[in-house]
Each structure stands twice: as C-alpha cells, then as structure tokens.
Design a protein around this ligand. Structure first.
Ligand code: EPS
Length: 390
C-alpha cells in the first residue's frame, strides 16, 4: 500500500511530502521530479507567482544513489519568496505572536468563512494558506515518483485541457504518450489547435476584465493493467478511488469517468462497450472492448482499456478585480472580498495535478494487487498475473 501526506502553507518556508510504501530499487532523481513540477507551472493565465516560483526541491530521505530504499521517501519544496526574497517571515512565523493585518472580508467560493467558523479563527489567512492550491506542488512531486513506478508496468498517464471557459476542444483523436510534449507546448495544454486559439482569446478577455475562468481537463491512462480495484466493496472500487482523488484537487467540482454524463441520456443498447476476443489484445488477457464509453473500468475494476477521467474546475474564486459580494466578519457590513494576487485560470495546471492524482491511485492499487518489497518483485508479480490471466 502506498500512503502519502503533505504539509506546509502556501507562503510558509516550504512544502513537504512523505510517501510510504514504495518498493526498493525504483530509480528516481531530483531532476525527474523537478521536470514534473515544472509542467505544473505551465499555462497561459497563471499569475506572477508562477514566474518566480522555482520549486527547488530536496530529497530528505528514502533515496540513495538514485534509487529508493523502501523506506519513507521525503521531499521538501522550498518556497522561493521565503528564501530568495526574505518575504512572509513575520506574517507566517511559527513563533507566538499575532498579525497586524487580519483578513476579514472573506472570499465567497473559498474555504475562508467556513474554515474560520469550523476552527474558531479570526483571520482568514489561518485558513487560506493551507486551502491554497500551492499544496498541489507537493502532490505533483509525489506523483512524479508514482509515475516512475507505473512506468515499470508499462503504464503512463497523459492529460489535456478539453474545455477552458466556454471554448471546447474537439476530442476526435486523443493525445497519446508520444503527444505529451505537443500538449505541454500548448500554452493552454490543449491538443486541438483551433480550440487552443479560442481558449487563449477567452483568457485574454477575462484577464482584461479582472475575471477568472474554469474548465475541464481529461486524464488518459495508457497500459493500465487489468484487475486494479474491486467490485467486492464500495471503498475498493477504482472508479470511486479515482473520483475521490481527483475531486480533492482545489476548485474541482465535478468528476466523470468515461462518458459518464452523456451515457446517462442514452439507451442501454448503445451505451455499453462491446466485448470481443482478440488474440492480439495483449494486456487485457486477449479480450478487448470496441469502444471506451465506460472509461476503462467495469464493476469498479480496471479492464485494461484506455482509462478516461475528466475533472471540471470552477472559475477561481479570487478575482483580480474583486466584485464578489460578501461581508466583513468584524463589522458585519456588506463589502467585496479582499484582493489577493491570483491567476486568471489554473485549468492547464489542473491537468497536470489530475494526472498526478490518477497516477497515485493507480500506483496504490497496483501495489495492493501485485505487492513486492523491491521493484523486481513487484514487476515479477505483475508479469506472473498477466501471464496467467484467464
Ligand atoms: C493560489 C494563489 C496564487 C497561485 C497559487 C495558488 O498564489 P499567490 O497568492 O502566492 O500569488 O499562484 O499557486 C501556486 C503558488 C502554485 O504553486 O500553484 C491560491 O490561492 O490557491
């Protein structure tokens, strides 16, 4: 079983993530993790923070001479503003004290107000620093390691933006692993060049208005082994695990597996993926599905077909021109939410984070199914299962 925990506040000194349950012998370098983290900072419509954030990371434990030891892997990601610019030290100090400037004009759509109510805080910063999507940097660091483990099984995860604001991509041909560089080069991480132009235009317009945009990202899992997850209990269903993991990304409000919402309006006779026997099907034990409506899961178990998970992200609730009506929690007077530095959209980055969450679920379930204390044992077990698939 793979477990992971993140800690750290958005403007604190650093983020940390600990991954426990990795097999020994997995090759991993700081540079590989850093490359994944750099992908998350991409994207047209992001704010000034992304231009200076370096995501400088240190492997604190669990790796020796470029390979995992089977011990907990700990990664620290320094915040550039804290170390390079000597900022936030007083505001975010762990030492006893108080802020001179509490945030009390709580922002609608954020955790600000409910977080203050729940934890008994009088300053919204006590909530927003941890609620911030900065935390996803730590997840992506963990996800980079999960992706390396999945690569040992021939499994890879790719994402692309299929909608940004009202601009939608045509998803005639889906990007494969070989297309990932093309997707990453797109400023909005869109594989459809026509939609890409419309998306950029929409971000420009929203930016001019000081407004924000949401969208939809699609994550595709290639080479996913058959048999991850289980039908036997609700909390072992892989589609439920995927939904939970992807829904946990800040600002995600909807998750879809395969053609979930479209299938709801179809007849049963057309909505399902026909099963055919094909001696060349390979990983799925000589069976194939003719279509991908189910998104690669049946009965809460991966089928070995293309995994398709979509996430809908709401427009960011912090606006560069604050117009959202709220209340000052001290005076109870009507006001508009306080101004914070923000992005116009984080949808392109959300695709990379969604890839991460899918990779972490797949790696966790693959370890649960195949086990093994070393990568050699893990891959041997997986190969033995495949070789004897009924
Ligand atoms: C975020 C607000 C912005 C984003 C940040 C998430 O940060 P700041 O307030 O420091 O400008 O840039 O995202 C990241 C720092 C990141 O690495 O993704 C928020 O409120 O969630």
């Amino acid at each position: 079983m793979l477990r992971y925990l993140t800690a750290g506040e958005s403007h604190g000194r650093a983020l940390v993530v600990i991954l426990e349950g990795l097999p020994a012998g997995l090759q991993i370098t700081v540079e590989e993790i850093q490359d994944e983290m750099a992908r998350r900072r991409l994207g047209y419509g992001r704010g000034p923070r992304q231009r200076f954030e370096q995501d400088e990371l240190t492997l604190i434990g669990g790796v020796r001479h470029g390979r995992t030891l089977g011990s907990p892997l700990a990664i620290e990601i320094k915040n550039s503003e804290w170390f390079r610019d000597d900022k936030w030290h007083e505001e975010m100090s762990p030492a006893p004290g108080a802020t001179k400037d509490p945030l009390t004009k709580v922002r609608p759509g954020h955790a600000d107000l409910v977080g203050m109510q729940k934890y008994g805080f009088t300053d919204a910063r006590d909530v927003l620093e941890r609620a911030s999507a900065r935390e996803t940097a730590a997840r992506v660091a963990a996800g980079a390691v999960a992706k390396k483990l999945l690569a040992e099984l021939g499994t890879s995860v790719v994402s692309h933006v299929v909608q940004l604001g009202s601009a939608r991509a045509q998803v005639g041909r889906r990007p494969t692993v070989g297309d990932l560089a093309i997707v990453d080069e797109s400023p909005v991480r869109c594989f459809d060049p026509v939609a890409e132009a419309a998306m950029i235009e929409e971000v420009k317009e929203a930016s001019k208005d000081g407004d924000s945009l949401g969208g939809v990202v699609e994550v595709l899992g290639y080479g996913v082994p058959v048999g991850l997850g289980s039908h036997v209990h609700w909390d072992r269903r892989i589609d439920a695990e995927l939904a939970r993991a992807v829904m946990s990304i800040q600002a995600v409000k909807g998750v879809e597996i395969g053609d979930g919402f479209e299938m709801a309006g179809q007849r049963g006779s057309v909505a399902h993926d026909a099963i055919v026997w094909d001696p060349n099907a390979g990983d799925a034990g000589d069976y194939r599905r003719e279509t991908t409506h189910a998104g690669g899961t049946e009965g809460g178990i991966t089928t070995g077909e293309l995994l398709v998970v979509r996430a809908a992200m709401k427009p960011l609730a912090t606006l560069n021109r604050p117009t959202l009506k709220t209340v000052d929690v001290v005076t109870k007077e009507p006001t508009v939410s306080f101004k914070e530095r923000t992005d116009v959209t984080a949808v392109p980055a959300a695709g990379v984070v969604a890839e991460t969450m899918v990779a972490l679920v797949l790696a966790t379930e693959a370890l649960r199914k195949f086990g093994g204390d070393s990568v050699a044992e893990f891959t041997r077990n997986a190969a033995a299962f495949r070789a004897t698939l009924p």
